[in-house]
Ligand binder design. Structure first.
Ligand code: MIC
Ligand code: SF4
Length: 645
């Protein structure tokens, strides 16, 4: 039987387990990336493991999230990351060099290699045929130390791309269409592979837009073949030597297949507040728009920016709209300046933002009250923009630019602009002067780690006991995101290395009293619906509940990265055997698991007793052989330490 692209890469990197869907596999990791909002914690965890130098082929620490410096905290954290990177063999991408995923694609990604990153949009690397997976910081720390990355072996979805995109319809519309077909939980447990004639019509940046936003499907990752187009992209980046061709076998078997006819696609938008709430732009035509933001790791390539500059050429943005642009990397920014496109954007009245995540993670540019904001980003969860009652629509750069000019949702196909002639350059501007190389092994011992007062110790779990008895301190519905659990934004993000402070904001989007209730009770259990913990890779969404005494989460189903983060932190994840039992539990019911340790060890049914109602429900621990051992040890750090003795 033939293999898919992802199966070939997994096979070449398999160090543990067998490639049977759903069973745990351990794969060797060639590269890692971190960003600053998750990186501080990941490096503290790496330090706790006591490894001197990273064992990967390449590890890069990016500074791109916490770039608004309204106090000492972010700047201190940047210095901490810079010094620890230098000491332990990690390349350091300075603030100003760009968004991790865009820069990694340009300068470091390699087809056929494995990458894990402490950011959920790491699958951007799938645009050049890399097996690139988002993970929690602790998993990245283990991989830097030479440990394998463990994940359930995914099933495979094939997306057949037919035809060719029409002008003003773009890669963003492709992934929005895939989200329409599969939903935000349709990719859980799968790798999404793109195939078919349409693949050849898409450039690397377009492919990367599609794999990037595969994160919103809940997929383990997404991947394109590595072909002649990939080779040309790498050649233009001065890295032709990194090219390897990579295709699926003719007789590769997929578990599921869907098709997207590029020729028939029309401009789409994800309406508030979920990336799979898809509408056509023509349906939304005429809706007043207050803000337009172009950028983020989804749509900040040179190709996207050049198209937008051509649309704005000689025009002025509508007086009722605030328009901002954040190029994805220093390379993109520099090339825009050199070819004159930046001048067109400035002349049109666009607000030029730093090349960083910025507004995508609520670092500035929050919309006005009840504002309608069109963004080329990948997430439109309620409140993520910093304005709770704003309505965020996710659109392509073309649709965003059209609204910027008219002040209303406008079909970009009505625009009078020539974007057909825009192509990628044969040679990108290459200047890696903002990437610091690590110290040599010899010099590393003299590198001092710079630790600011914002860095506080992180909580550590205890090995699991025989009984867990606690109240249901919170009950939430379906599709709860990590932004609900541990919000981000300019006011909170600077405290990513200060768990006690962060705990004041935990789950307050769902229940203002949550932190207080947890402190009062001293411990608790959370009840969740489907796809609990979707969205980001932030392990803070597990570490902060751990700090607040959460012992277990019982949900209808979990998102992939979050369930791994819960286990790594030492919080027990379980699902309802009968999802209808979810309805029988109310907030503050007294719940109890007896003999839990024994039942987990011996694979016996686990019963959740509701002491308030007198009922009992069967629940299923979301654990495999290895993750069982992690939970029993009290989290991944304890487990790693116990196993290296
Ligand atoms: C996001 O887009 O939500 C983030 C911020 O990039 C997160 C990581 C984080 O919370 O730091 C992600 O996607 O993993
Ligand atoms: Fe940054 Fe937004 Fe991409 Fe997350 S989704 S990495 S915040 S640009």
């Amino acid at each position: 039987m033939g293999l898919t692209i992802a199966q070939k890469i997994i096979k070449a990197h398999l160090v543990d387990g067998s490639m049977i869907p759903g069973e745990d596999i351990g794969i060797k990791i060639d590269q890692t990336l971190t960003q600053d909002a998750t990186g501080t914690m990941a490096y503290l965890e790496f330090e706790a493991m006591g490894v001197d130098r990273v064992k990967t082929e390449r590890s890069v620490a990016y500074i791109d999230h916490n770039t608004l410096q309204t106090g000492f905290e972010n700047a201190d954290d940047h210095r901490f990351i810079q010094s620890i990177a230098k000491k332990h063999g990690i390349y350091y991408s300075r603030p100003g060099n760009g968004i991790c995923h865009q820069v990694h694609l340009e300068r470091f990604g390699i087809p056929g290699k494995t990458l894990i990153g402490s950011d959920s949009h790491t699958p951007t690397g799938g645009g050049i045929g890399m097996l690139a997976i988002g993970a929690g910081g602790m998993d990245v720390a283990v991989a830097m130390g030479g440990g394998a990355y463990y994940t359930p072996m995914p099933k495979m979805i094939r997306v057949n791309l037919l035809g060719k995109l029409s002008p003003f319809v773009s890669a963003k519309d492709v992934i929005l269409e895939v989200l329409r077909q599969l939903s935000v939980k349709g990719g859980v447990g799968y790798i999404v592979e793109y195939a078919g004639e349409g693949v050849k019509t898409l450039s690397v940046p377009e492919r990367a837009t599609i794999t990037n936003m595969g994160a919103e499907l809940g997929a383990t990752t997404s991947i394109f073949p590595s072909d002649e187009i990939t080779r040309k992209f790498l050649l233009a980046q001065g890295r032709e030597q990194d090219f390897t061709p990579l295709y699926s076998d003719e007789d590769a078997v997929y578990d599921k297949e869907i098709s997207v006819n590029l020729s028939e696609l029309e401009p789409l938008a994800a309406a508030p507040h979920m990336p799979d709430n898809i509408k056509t732009v023509s349906e939304l035509k005429g809706l007043k728009v207050d803000q337009v933001l172009i950028g983020s790791c989804t749509n900040s390539s040179l190709y996207d920016m050049l198209k937008v500059a051509a649309i704005f050429d000689g025009k002025t943005v509508d007086p009722s709209v605030s328009v901002g642009i954040a190029p994805g990397s220093k390379q993109v920014f520099n090339m825009l300046a050199e070819c004159g496109a930046l001048s067109k954007l400035i002349a049109a009245g666009v607000r030029i933002l730093e090349c960083a995540c910025g507004p995508c993670i609520g670092m500035g540019q929050s919309p006005n009250s009840k504002g309608i904001s069109l963004r080329t980003f990948n997430r439109n969860f309620e409140g993520r923009s910093g304005t709770k009652d704003a309505g965020v629509y996710l659109v392509s750069p073309e649709t965003a630019a059209a609204a910027a000019l008219t002040g209303y949702f406008t079909d970009p196909r009505e625009l009078d602009a020539d974007i057909k002639s825009i192509t990628l350059p044969d040679k990108f501007m290459i200047n890696d002067n903002m990437v610091d190389a690590p110290a040599s092994i010899e010099d590393a011992k003299d590198v001092e780690i710079l630790r600011g007062p914002n860095i506080k110790p992180f909580p550590k779990a205890e090995p699991i006991g025989d009984t867990i008895a606690a109240k249901a301190v919170l009950k939430v519905g379906d599709n709860i995101t990590t932004d609900h659990i541990m919000p981000a934004g300019a006011k909170i993000l600077p405290y990513r290395s200060n768990i006690p402070y962060l705990s004041n904001f935990c789950f307050t989007a769902c229940d203002e009293q949550f932190p207080e209730n947890c402190i009062k009770e001293g411990k608790g259990i959370i009840i969740g619906g489907e796809n609990y913990g979707q969205g980001s890779s932030r392990e803070h969404a597990a570490l902060v509940p751990l700090y607040l005494g959460i012992k277990a989460v019982v949900a209808k189903s979990f998102a992939r990265i979050h369930v791994a983060n819960l286990i790594n932190a030492g919080i027990l994840p379980l699902t309802f055997k009968n999802p209808a039992d979810y309805d029988k539990i109310s907030q503050f019911d007294e719940l109890q698991f007896t003999d839990i340790k024994n039942n987990i060890i011996n694979d016996k049914p686990v019963i959740l007793k509701n002491k308030t109602t007198g009922e009992a429900y069967e629940v299923v621990p979301q654990l495999s052989g290895r993750t069982k051992a992690i939970i029993l040890a009290g989290g991944l750090l304890n487990y790693t330490r116990d196993n290296s003795k």
